[in-house]
Design a protein around this ligand. Structure first.
Ligand code: FAD
Length: 410
């Protein structure tokens, strides 16, 4: 049994863990990250939002991310039958970054983790956490390393950034049902051979299924002639195609939308088609004695607005600030100082996700009559600035959204 100690122990070296680790190291703490897998490893979640660039910059990782040559991204485009609408994130209400990247996550996550390590964070790969002992004055986590040897690490505080691994929610029985219906996703990377010069590779393209408005596709172009392609629907929709193998199922679904099918007419499917389901999740609390939950280890809403990595990095940044005060001996109220401000933005995304699936926000997106100022406010939300209380679509999300829906539905 090997025992080590640190100021802060972090579970998971994904974006939330790597950024939190680097931020805390920069404040002078000894940080250890325990990561179950080896990097690079596949992860879904490839379309970033401009808001997350501020946190990458804060963590000293901007040069490394820029140097990787990822596909530039400046907005989001939406298609429904004959309608097309796009938002350019540089034209937005909230000040700050207006562009970002579309990233292959294996590579992106490795760059963030390597940068954290270069800054002095100690990362142990192939260390899976299986048990935790948490108290107000310190925590110990333990598990098995790649050779099957048990290890345990003690720290003054524990951050769970285990994403869909949901380590503390499981070990501490914090799981709570998501308010969203069960949805699932089928996706892959294709060599796209898109010849259409009108197609804008600098934007994610979200296509709404022509007959089922709660079913949608993503197309996220990368810089090397490939795209991430996926479809999201409720399980009952996918069950109609259960006799088909995943690739045939995805191809069939793409063919159901004429514009997408035309765009991808020459696409080569040369990667495995994967499925993920039951990803929407919540917890009864984001903090407790000696610990806090970051990113997807806390709540995950829905992929439609590509908000996952942004929320993960916002949580890392907020937690690092609060934890710095906590470890310096200040009295902090994690619920008030961490969970509440984080949830404010998450709840804004929740309003937009709900209204996406009931059709209200889809109508607002395609409403050509919206004035420039309103479009800038919506653009800000889509760019990830869901914590900017100066934006009426943040401070009064439901009310402002309903007002515009009333106008566009005449
Ligand atoms: P992760 O990136 O999941 O990292 C967690 C890490 O913890 C992993 O490396 C894992 O190996 C490690 N771990 C797990 N268990 C243990 C353990 N027991 N011990 C040690 N380590 C452990 N987000 C976007 O921003 N843009 C998108 O376009 C987007 N599309 C999505 C599409 C779909 C279908 C889904 C389901 C999600 C999508 N997301 C998207 C969300 C995105 O995938 C996540 O929000 C994001 O990866 C969360 O980052 P994280 O750091 O919290 O966790």
């Amino acid at each position: 049994d090997r025992k080590q100690s640190a100021d802060v122990v972090i579970i998971g070296a994904g974006p939330a863990g790597a950024v939190a680790g680097a931020l805390l190291k920069r404040k002078g703490y000894r940080v250890v990250i325990l990561e179950k897998q080896t990097f690079p490893r596949f992860s879904i979640g490839e379309s970033l939002l401009p808001q997350c660039m501020a946190f990458i910059e804060q963590a000293g990782m901007l040069d490394a991310v820029r140097a990787a040559g990822f596909q530039y991204k400046n907005g989001a485009a939406f298609r429904y039958q004959e309608q097309y609408s796009f938002f350019d994130f540089r034209e937005k209400f909230t000040p700050g970054w207006g562009t970002t990247f579309q990233v292959q996550r294996g590579n992106f996550d490795k760059i963030l983790a390597d940068s954290a390590a270069e800054q002095g964070v100690s990362i142990h790969y192939q260390h899976e956490i299986t048990a935790v002992d948490n108290r107000d004055d310190g925590v110990t986590v333990s598990g098995l390393d790649a050779t099957g040897k048990p290890f345990s690490i003690a720290g003054r505080f524990l951050l769970d950034a285990s994403g869909f691994g949901r380590v503390l929610p499981r070990l501490l029985a914090l799981e709570s049902p998501s308010g969203f219906p069960l949805r699932q996703s089928l996706f892959t990377h294709v060599v796209d051979h898109i010849g259409d010069e009108q197609h804008d590779r600098n934007k994610i393209l979200i296509t709404i299924h022509p007959q089922h408005r709660d079913v949608w596709y993503w197309l996220i172009p990368f810089g090397n002639g490939t795209c991430s392609l996926g479809v999201v629907a409720e399980p009952s929709f996918f069950e109609r195609y259960s006799e088909l193998k995943p690739e045939a199922r995805l191809r069939t679904l793409v063919q159901q939308d004429p514009a997408l099918s035309q765009l991808l007419a020459k696409a080569e499917f040369n990667q495995p088609v994967r499925e993920i389901h039951g990803y929407a999740a919540n917890v009864s609390s984001l903090c407790g004695p000696g610990y806090a939950l970051l990113g997807n280890a806390g709540e995950f809403l829905d992929p439609v607005f590509s908000s996952g990595v942004t929320i993960a990095l916002k949580s890392a940044s907020l937690a690092a600030e609060v934890l710095d005060r906590h470890l310096s001996g200040d009295a902090v109220d994690w619920q008030q100082d961490y969970a509440k401000p984080l949830k404010q933005g998450v709840d804004v995304f929740r309003v937009f996700v709900e209204s996406w699936y009931d059709g209200r926000f889809q109508d607002a997106i395609f409403y050509a009559g919206a004035n420039v100022d309103i479009r800038k406010m919506i653009s800000s939300i889509l760019a990830g600035y869901a914590w900017d209380q100066a934006n009426p679509f943040v401070s009064q999300a439901e009310r402002r959204l309903n007002a515009i829906v009333e106008i566009c539905r005449g």
